[in-house]
Design a protein around this ligand. Structure first.
Ligand SMILES: [Ca+2]
Ligand SMILES: [Ca+2]
Length: 588
């Protein structure tokens, strides 16, 4: 995926994170403490590592005059640090006259303020005004906890002995995956952590875990991870990784399919396990991986509702109640929609296939952009013009709910042709041209671009005139109206027919109880089920009445029969020609 400017804020977060990480490391703190001590003693500190031209040296003159107050001493020690490239004694051309390398104490005991020449000196000034309390600087409390804040007094030993007691119930003190539910509960984890716990202790390779291996693994986890998010990432991630990649979730989700009572009917249809799992994985990434990196970190997981949903799986018998990730009905809708477009059922669709979605509602220019690589994973969509089912999950959810942050990012990436992080007037006009053409073909007079632009700018109210940013769109609450105006003719006309005040009320109203996606999925599910029932009746009633020569009807019937089989439990003798489905296809 190209590095679009959309990613900039994330880059900043990463830099901040790295800085904090560095700052909280014991070696860094020791080094800083050592510097501070040496500065106080007036020793020379070499900090010019890697800088061949200037070997920066820090000299403190505090000891030359022992009578200065502690405050002034601090000032003296800090200021040279902030202007490292010019030794205190050297005359500096950057400094206006009246200033010198080391601050002087004025007649009233306050330091003489230097005029401010450069940004660096501004920083020096700021630092100068902050006295350093030695006690505080010597003992900086740790404030960065990437793996959660340690609890005051975790009683690891009593937890471990409870786990050992649980293992003692099993033959040879070995747990199989069937026993892992009990082990997960002994670990005080939600039930469906059982497979990640099993795999992390090597159970996936040997078929069982011994008490020793498990206790060693869990003790290490408890010592290093202090909240659910970091434990979960630790259990699922590959060795020495601090993030979860898509394929890391497969064993966990396969176990949900294998053992959740709400998915009993799916269990027998093993062909569809991977489709359901793919759907759930994509939904997890859609909602949780806000950075679009394909790597879920502890911090992303912590901010999301995913682990709460995993915990809910334990008590909720109906997976369809868990609409964010696990709903089977939502999977059914997404998959049916894909199946309709994927005429040859090879689990890939091309631009022409995707254009047929919602009766060609989406403009050709936008369809092209979706295949440009701006929003798809892997190179296939761009290079070979093929979109995988996994990518379709992102497309459909974004298309049917244009109000969520991920969806706004999705369409923003598509509309930002040059990837500069701003939708320019040129880019808006590029998409609007096709809309005008289509309206004219429908004998509807389109609004001139200038008028449309005025409306849209009024709606989005960009911070900088004539430049629409991602932030503007997220803030305006009416992003769906904006996007549909530029590339979805059906929805644009729908919005146009609505009372404009009701639309604005929608945008200003409190948080919706049911998202646009949930509404869409519920309606589509009902109509798909009704369609199935009608087909069934049709098949039953006319089975014998069809003239086998009437190719068209029989062809249609075949299609429908296919579809029906597909979503009911396929019989083992079903002669459906389904290509073997590889996970790799979706996760490359
Ligand atoms: Ca296909
Ligand atoms: Ca742009």
């Amino acid at each position: 995926m190209p590095a679009a400017p959309v990613l900039q804020p994330v880059l900043k977060m990463k830099v901040d994170e790295l800085f904090l990480n560095w700052l909280s490391e014991t070696t860094t703190q020791l080094m800083l403490k050592d510097y501070l001590r040496r500065i106080k003693n007036g020793e020379r500190i070499e900090t010019g590592a890697g800088d061949g031209k200037h070997n920066r040296s820090l000299v403190c003159s505090a000891n030359k005059n022992n009578v200065v107050s502690k405050k002034n001493m601090a000032e003296k020690t800090v200021s040279p640090l902030s202007t490292p490239s010019s030794p205190p004694s050297a005359p500096s051309t950057a400094l206006p006259s009246g200033s010198c390398g080391s601050p002087r104490v004025g007649p009233n005991g306050r330091p003489v303020r230097r005029s401010i020449g450069t940004k660096l000196q501004v920083q020096a000034q700021v630092k100068k005004d902050e006295p350093i309390t030695p006690a505080l600087s010597e003992n900086i409390p740790r404030f960065y906890f990437p793996r959660g804040r340690p609890k005051a007094n975790p009683n690891i030993d009593s937890l471990i002995s409870r786990i050992e007691r649980t293992f003692s119930q099993f033959p040879n003190e070995r747990a199989t995956i069937e026993d892992m539910g009990k082990v997960a509960k002994a670990c005080e984890c939600p039930l469906y952590w059982k497979m990640p716990l099993f795999c992390a202790a090597g159970g996936d390779r040997t078929g069982f875990v011994s008490v020793h291996k498990f206790v060693a693994m869990w003790r290490k986890t408890l010592q290093t991870c202090h909240d659910d998010a970091s434990k979960f990432v630790h259990l699922l991630a590959k060795p020495s990784c601090n993030y979860i990649e898509q394929e890391d979730l497969i064993p966990f989700l396969q176990d949900v399919v294998n053992t959740h009572t709400g998915l009993t009917f799916l269990r027998e249809a093993s062909d569809f396990h991977s489709r359901y799992i793919t759907t759930v994985i994509q939904r997890i990434y859609y909602n949780v991986n806000r950075s679009w990196t394909g790597k879920i970190t502890c911090s992303e997981l912590r901010k999301s509702s995913f682990l709460q949903n995993v915990a809910l799986l334990e008590d909720e018998e109906d997976v369809n109640q868990l609409t964010e990730y696990f709903s089977y009905e939502h999977f059914y809708v997404i998959y049916c929609k894909f199946w309709e477009l994927d005429a040859d059922h090879d689990l890939y669709i091309d631009q022409k296939d995707l254009a047929r979605h919602n009766d060609h509602a989406i403009s050709h220019k936008m369809i092209e952009r979706i295949f440009s690589g701006a929003v798809t994973r892997g190179k296939r969509a761009h290079k070979e013009g093929r979109m995988s089912y996994a990518d379709f999950v992102w497309f459909l959810i974004s298309e049917e709910d244009k109000k969520t942050p991920t969806s706004i990012e999705y369409w923003f990436r598509c509309m930002d042709l040059d990837g500069d992080g701003v939708l320019s007037m040129y880019e808006l006009e590029y998409f609007y041209e096709e809309q005008c053409q289509r309206l004219e073909n429908m004998a509807i007079e389109p609004l001139p671009f200038e008028d449309c632009l005025c409306q849209m700018l009024d709606l989005v109210k960009p911070k900088t005139e004539g430049k629409i940013t991602l932030h503007d769109l997220k803030k305006c609450k009416l992003s769906h109206l904006f996007f549909d105006t530029f590339f979805n003719i059906e929805k644009y006309l729908d919005h146009e027919q609505k009372d404009p005040f009701s639309v604005i009320r929608d945008g200003e109203g409190e948080v919706q109880d049911v998202s646009d996606w949930e509404k869409y999925a519920a309606e589509e599910y009902d109509s798909l089920v009704a369609e199935e029932a009608a087909n069934e009746q049709f098949n039953d009633g006319y089975e014998h009445a069809i003239d086998p020569i009437d190719c068209q009807i029989s062809h249609e019937l075949n299609l429908r029969t296919d579809k029906r089989h597909f979503f009911q439990i396929p019989s083992p003798h079903s002669n459906l020609d389904l290509e073997e489905y590889e996970y790799e296809d979706d996760f490359e």
